[in-house]
Design a protein around this ligand. Structure first.
Ligand code: MN
Length: 130
């Protein structure tokens, strides 16, 4: 079965571009455009990786990450924040909230898939070490 990625993102253009890129590598993509919907979907579907926009309308990505980490089923799931380049503080806050790492927005289509693959591998290495 292909790895499944849940992408929590409110911006339609980002949703479209990132989903398109991920599908070219065979990832299955689950989408949520709202924080609560994303948390529910993560709980239900247990994706292999979660891509998390930080600037979401009703509940920001830091809060979402903390809630996701509160679920033991998702304790080892890589959570990758999408943070804006202009806001360096976002990155530290994302890590402090339980994110595994971050990718800067706007994403670079040439390097994005390698970044995702690295986070997938990070998780496998961690699984093997446990
Ligand atoms: Mn957003």
């Amino acid at each position: 079965m292909n790895p499944r990625i849940l992408y929590i993102e409110d911006n339609e253009q980002n949703l479209y571009l990132v989903t398109f890129l991920l599908k070219t590598k065979g990832y299955e993509v689950l989408q949520a455009q709202e924080s609560r919907e994303g948390i529910d979907m993560a709980t239900r579907e247990k994706p292999d990786l979660i891509l998390l926009d930080i600037q979401l309308p009703s509940m920001d990505g830091y809060t979402v990450a903390r809630l996701l980490r509160g679920n033991p089923d998702l304790a080892k799931t890589p959570i990758v924040a999408l943070t804006s380049y202009a806001m360096p503080g976002d990155r530290e806050k994302a890590l402090a909230s339980g994110c595994t790492g971050y990718i800067e927005k706007p994403i670079n289509p040439d390097t994005f898939l390698n970044q995702i693959a690295t986070y997938m591998k990070t998780d496998m290495a961690r699984e093997q070490a446990l």
